[in-house]
Design a protein around this ligand. Structure first.
Ligand SMILES: N[C@@H](CCC(=O)N[C@@H](CS)C(=O)NCC(=O)O)C(=O)O
Length: 282
């Protein structure tokens, strides 16, 4: 389609946004990337994604498309004549969508626990993440890509997490090359594609970004005796948990309002700490 205007509401560190950048580049499409500040959401983002208020959003000739895997499939539908990301047969398409959905359901959530949580929660995240990666490795088998000979939807869905590997390994104290050597080789193969290497940030930059985020913000968990956290909520934190992590201890000192009360300065879903409302701490 000639004269297409493509604007991406973007964020350099977001694995979801990376998917869209990769898909656009696979198709050789020019686009304008508008970096978003999620702590102060722009009127454009709120207008274009009023339901979730999240990036990425692809605005194609003024019309917004949201949710990364939906955007990637939209791009593949519109520009189906170049570098197809999905196979043409219905079974192959369903199979690829199944694994893309698996990645969405498993990898991001458990990864978040690995870099953002401590103690038992982190261990649970680590176990789940390694199990998911091992299962994905089985699905990959001996193929060069999840899409077989062709780089496809599942590859686009998963490869952004390669930029998080160093942070995950460092925080979780495990080695991905040791646990899942074939997955690491696959990621390196993907990185040889310009679409991927241009879209993924440096692993050390991601590590610094996540550690900074962990210091500045936290959210309480939904499970167990936890509570939902929202920006500005006043909650009490069991200092016992916080003590496991010296950096987080500093954070609590900074945020303390009174005896055992803390305010959430920012809401980043899934950074888990055990907490309960207005619980006294000593
Ligand atoms: N399911 C969404 C997830 C997108 C997402 O979580 N975006 C994050 C940035 S990584 C965001 O915009 N967060 C802001 C918020 O939730 O308020 C997708 O696949 O696009």
């Amino acid at each position: 389609m000639a004269d297409d205007e493509l604007v991406l509401l973007d964020l350099w560190s977001s694995p979801f946004a990376m998917r869209v950048r990769i898909a656009l580049r696979e198709k050789g499409l020019e686009f304008e990337s508008l970096e978003q500040d999620l702590s102060n959401k722009s009127p454009l983002l709120l207008k274009m994604n009023p339901v979730h208020k999240q990036i990425p959003v692809l605005i194609h000739n003024g019309k917004p498309v949201s949710e990364s895997m939906i955007i990637v499939q939209y791009i593949d539908d519109v520009w189906k004549d170049r570098a197809p990301l999905l196979p043409s047969d219905p079974y192959g398409r369903a199979h690829a969508r199944f694994w893309a959905d698996y990645i969405d359901k498993k990898v991001y959530g458990s990864g978040r626990l690995v870099w953002g949580a401590t103690g038992e929660k982190q261990e649970v995240g680590k176990k789940e993440l390694i199990e998911s990666f091992k299962l994905l490795e089985l699905e990959l088998g001996d193929k060069p890509y999840f899409g077989g000979e062709n780089f496809g939807l599942v590859d686009v869905g998963l490869v952004p997490f390669y930029s998080w590997f160093y942070a995950l390994e460092t925080c979780g104290q495990f080695s991905l090359i040791h646990e899942c050597p074939r997955l690491v080789s696959w990621a390196k193969r993907c990185l040889q594609r310009e679409s991927v290497s241009k879209s993924l940030p440096d692993q050390y930059k991601i590590f610094d970004f996540l550690m900074d985020l962990k210091k500045k913000s936290y959210v309480v968990e939904k499970a167990g005796d936890g509570v939902d956290g929202a920006e500005g909520d006043v909650v009490g934190i069991e200092l016992r948990d916080a003590c496991e992590d010296l950096e987080l201890q500093d954070l609590f000192v900074e945020l303390e309002l009174g005896v055992g009360e803390f305010v959430l300065v920012s809401s980043v879903p899934g950074i888990c700490l055990s907490a309960s409302r207005r619980k006294k701490v000593h």
